[in-house]
Design a protein around this ligand. Structure first.
Ligand SMILES: [Zn+2]
Length: 135
C-alpha cells in the first residue's frame, strides 16, 4: 500500500498545479457536471450544491495548517468513504466526518458529514473540475 492519506481533518495536497475552482453560483437547475481534478471521474453537479449553516463555501485550516476551501453538496456519487466517522476536530458542530476518496483514483476529495438526521458532502473545491457530461 502506498497511500499517503492524512486521516484526521488533513488531506494530501494535489501534486499538480491547481485548476481554477468551478463557479457554483450560477446555472442551477440541471447543473454542470463536476469531476475529480486528478482523474476526471464524475463526482457531483453544481445543482447538488447546498448551503449549510447559511453558506455553501467554507475555508478551513486543519491542525496541520493545511487550508481547504470546501463546498457543501447534498449528493455526490463516485466517492468512496474511507475510515471511521468521528467528531474529532469537526468543522461543523454536531456533525461527525468521514474521509471521502475518489472512487477512481483514490485521491481525497473531501469528507462526508453526518449528524443525527442530516448528512452532506464537504468537497475540496480545488480538487473538482468541470467536466462534460459524456466525458
Ligand atoms: Zn479521481
Amino acid at each position: 500500500m502506498s497511500e499517503r492519506l492524512a486521516l484526521k481533518t488533513g488531506a494530501q495536497k494535489p501534486a499538480t498545479s491547481k485548476p481554477p475552482a468551478p463557479k457554483l453560483s450560477d446555472d442551477r437547475g440541471k447543473g454542470r457536471a463536476l469531476g475529480c481534478a486528478f482523474c476526471r471521474r464524475p463526482i457531483t453537479t453544481t445543482a447538488a450544491a447546498i448551503q449549510v449553516s447559511g453558506s455553501h463555501e467554507y475555508t478551513f485550516v486543519n491542525p496541520d495548517n493545511d487550508v481547504f476551501r470546501i463546498g457543501c453538496f447534498a449528493d455526490a456519487s463516485g466517492l468512496k468513504k474511507y475510515g471511521p466517522s468521528t467528531l474529532e476536530y469537526t468543522w461543523f458542530p454536531g456533525y461527525a466526518w468521514q474521509v471521502e476518496l475518489c472512487g477512481g483514483c483514490r485521491n481525497q476529495l473531501g469528507w462526508f458529514y453526518r449528524s443525527k438526521d442530516h448528512g452532506f458532502h464537504g468537497l475540496i473545491l480545488d480538487n473538482l473540475v468541470e467536466i462534460e457530461e459524456n466525458e
